[in-house]
Design a protein around this ligand. Structure first.
Ligand code: ADP
Length: 470
């Protein structure tokens, strides 16, 4: 029990004993005579005073305790002990603690103020009518105005009556100033609620995104310029290739006609060279036009039923004379799991196979080339449908010169060739693989290569297709 409470109890007890002694002792009462009432009132008065003091004391302690508890909840530092708490006066102890907490709060407020002031972001608070109540240094600097002039002014993005939800609301806006400056700011606004969840104020934090916006605008301008250049390039290629095709067709046609006339050996050789150069030129133009069409998204993939086995046979038949002339084997194998008829773009598949088999024969001196086709059957295209998705896998293997490991990554880039020397024996544009890659991608597939120098290469690609289950 506290000392003060003990003292009050003893005092109260002494007053009660004195009063009881006076009342019960007849001689004493007679001796006191009329003074008895004065003493009686005094003792009762003292007792009531003591009681009132005690109740007041307890009420005060209760109020201070609740204040202490509230401040404890936001206390950031440890309160130093005021000595032996049980012995000290509780009111003085609590008052000291509260004073210390008030100092702590001041300290915390000062440090938060510092953080707000040091922010590069624009921070302001405004009332329900849009009038600003606080701005930080960054806000005043951005607007090139004094703080005092801004407090009481209107927040520029305040919408009268617009309710701001509990969640922060973010928007971007451009601020223009009298001196011609323009700033892009990303604002995050939130409502500040009081204890009763009523909105007392609004807070807006603005982040300067001018640099990002300018970079985006520059990027957009660059993109538009690049697109315009791309369109110009495609148009140029289309016109040039059209203009070139007519004379090249004439060269090829006339060289064929010439070769059917009577020529001596030298002349025949020269006519053959004119013919093969014309054909090579025609291929280069076709490749460039093809790639520019793919890159500008002007190629549509068809979906029509066709036999993959017949397609493979045709492509191999096309290359058979060349393989024979090079004394190379050319084999094909279609896995029994491959459906007879699939829906896809046959001419595009032929084009990829022609590129890969053509390359394989071009870069192989001994052994041969093989083409393998397999399939992974998937789910019906929709529940209950007899049509199922399938992925076709193609592998073109050769026993040729192979490709160095450090060149493999660049192989599927435009105009990429392993042998770039002017003395290289094998012709080509370096466009076949990139065209094949783009076509695979358009058909929902990928293309890859494995190779070892001197041991050969395997080009694999897949396409997504579908077929009717008979
Ligand atoms: P190109 O018209 O030059 O053949 P491609 O894009 O089809 O253009 O091929 C690019 C380069 O990749 C070729 O020049 C060659 O160096 C290399 N390459 C392609 N296929 C093979 C292969 N089967 N064996 C070795 N090298 C290959």
């Amino acid at each position: 029990m506290k000392r003060k409470t003990m003292f009050l109890l003893i005092l109260g007890f002494a007053l009660v004993v004195a009063w009881v002694t006076i009342i019960t002792d007849e001689q004493l009462r007679e001796r006191l005579g009329s003074n008895l009432y004065i003493i009686g009132f005094s003792i009762t008065g003292c007792f009531l005073l003591l009681l009132a003091g005690y109740i007041w004391d307890q009420t005060l302690v209760k109020a201070l305790r609740s204040l202490h508890d509230t401040t404890n909840a936001i206390q950031t530092e440890d309160i130093p002990s005021t000595g032996d708490e049980s012995d000290s006066d509780e009111i003085i102890g609590l008052a000291r603690k509260i004073e210390h907490m008030a100092r702590s709060l001041q300290h915390v407020e000062a440090s938060y103020k510092g953080i707000v002031e040091d922010q590069p972001d624009l921070i302001c608070r405004y009332k329900n009518d849009g009038k600003i109540t606080f701005v930080n240094g960054a806000y005043a600097r951005a607007l090139n105005r004094k703080r005092n002039d801004l407090v009481g002014a209107d927040f520029p993005y305040f919408v009268p009556g617009a309710a701001i939800a509990d969640e922060p609301y973010t928007f971007e806006s451009e601020m223009t100033f009298d001196d011609g400056r323009r700033l892009w700011i990303r604002w995050t606004q939130r409502a500040i609620k009081d204890d009763k969840r009523n909105t007392s104020e609004y807070q807006a934090v603005g982040h300067d995104i001018t640099e990002r916006k300018e970079a985006e605008a520059a990027l957009l301008r660059a993109k538009e310029a690049a697109e315009a250049a791309d369109r110009a390039k495609s148009e140029f290629l289309a016109i040039v290739s059209h203009e070139l095709r007519t004379p090249i067709n004439a060269i090829i046609g006339f060289s064929k006609m010439l070769s059917s006339t009577t020529l001596n050996l030298d002349q025949r050789e020269q006519v053959e060279m004119i013919n093969s150069s014309g054909l090579a030129l025609e291929k280069i133009i076709a490749d460039i036009l093809n790639l520019s069409k793919i890159e500008s998204g002007k190629i549509d993939i068809e979906r029509a039923p066709f036999s993959i086995r017949l397609c493979v046979q045709d492509v191999c038949a096309l290359f058979a004379p060349k393989a024979r002339s090079l004394a190379l084997a050319l084999d094909s194998k279609v896995d029994p799991g491959v459906p007879e008829i699939v829906n896809s773009d046959e001419p595009r598949i032929r084009q990829i196979l022609t590129n890969l088999i053509g390359n394989a024969l071009k870069f192989t001196e001994r052994g041969g080339v093989s083409l393998e086709v397999s399939c992974a059957r998937g789910e019906p295209i929709e529940p209950g449908s007899p049509r199922r998705v399938a992925r076709l896998f193609f592998a073109v293997k050769d026993s040729g010169i192979g490709i160095p490991a450090d060149k493999l990554d660049h192989l599927f880039l435009p105009f990429s060739q392993v042998d770039t020397s002017s003395t290289r024996r094998r012709g080509g544009t370096g466009l076949g693989l990139i065209i094949s890659k783009r076509l695979c991608e358009l058909m929902g597939g990928t293309i890859s290569v494995e190779s070892r120098v001197g041991e050969g290469s395997t080009f694999r690609f897949s396409i997504l297709t579908d077929f009717d289950e008979a």
